[in-house]
Design a protein around this ligand. Structure first.
Ligand code: ATP
Length: 240
């Protein structure tokens, strides 16, 4: 059986006096979009950064695509792409040059060119792909970064607020790309404050509060469990 895309068990992380993660456990399965949702300060970014090997945990076990973040961080880095909420592109490069720059880390020759073509397609910036990224709006930069994250076909794409800063039309376009991404070897872990988005995109959701998962399941299961009409009501009930 294929390894889980993500397996997190009893994850703990403290910053000074703040217990940011307090025994967090969840899994992301192959071919799945998993949404991590929770109020401000619940520990979402801390979790995503730990999975991305950017932050050391205090305790617990974390494996990504079957690789342990402590014993094999390089394999984890090869298996993932992480898009932070506040990520920017490199300045003094066009969008296409940026995609080429990223693709060169992952492939050579025709494979790299095909990656860039895919990135250009996902970013969907038309002629503006050849403009300097310094001249991009926030939304254009976000689309470029989504293209750059997904074009390399990671086993796991970790997307922090994927549609942050995007207008309605562009949010919809990005959601369609995200929705079509998973297959048996590719999964998505995302965090979002937009419950409509989470309900539409995610196969399963983990509701995080005070550094632990309070409940998880498909949006339908959670709505049934809390006798709610939508995920927003589930969320409000859980964090009340
Ligand atoms: N570098 C840091 N130093 C000290 N405390 C931190 C640091 N980073 C996060 N924290 C604290 O850890 C807790 C979890 O923060 P985290 O950013 O993971 O939450 P979040 O769920 O991503 O929040 P948001 O929805 O507001 O982005 C919060 O109490 C936060 O203040």
């Amino acid at each position: 059986m294929a390894a889980q895309a993500v397996q997190v068990e009893n994850l703990r992380k403290r910053y000074g006096d703040v217990q940011a993660l307090d025994g967090l456990s969840f899994e992301v399965r192959p071919n799945e979009i998993f949404g991590l949702v929770g109020p401000n300060g619940a520990g979402k970014t801390t979790t995503l950064r730990t999975l991305a090997t950017l932050l050391n945990k205090d305790d617990g076990t974390v494996t990504v695509a079957g690789h342990d973040v402590d014993s094999d961080p390089d394999a984890v880095r090869r298996a993932i792409r992480y898009l932070p909420e506040d990520a920017g592109a490199y300045e003094s490069m066009s969008g296409r040059q940026f995609l080429t720059f990223v693709a060169d880390f992952y492939a050579q020759g025709e494979r790299a060119e095909a990656m860039v073509d895919r990135g250009v397609e996902i970013a969907d910036l038309g002629d503006r792909i050849d403009d300097d990224t310094q001249a991009y709006s926030k939304g254009m930069t976000r689309k470029l970064l989504i293209g750059s994250a997904l074009m390399t076909d990671p086993n796991l794409a970790i997307l922090d607020e994927p549609t942050s800063g995007l207008d309605v039309q562009n949010s919809k376009a990005v959601r369609e790309v995200v929705k079509g991404f998973p297959d048996d070897e590719r999964s998505i872990l995302l965090s979002s404050h937009d419950m409509l988005e989470v309900e539409y995109l995610c196969d399963r959701v983990g509701l995080l509060n005070d550094g632990a998962i309070v409940t998880s399941g498909s949006p339908e299961e959670l709505m049934a469990e809390y006798d709610a009409e939508n995920l927003e009501d589930v969320f409000l009930e859980v964090v009340a």
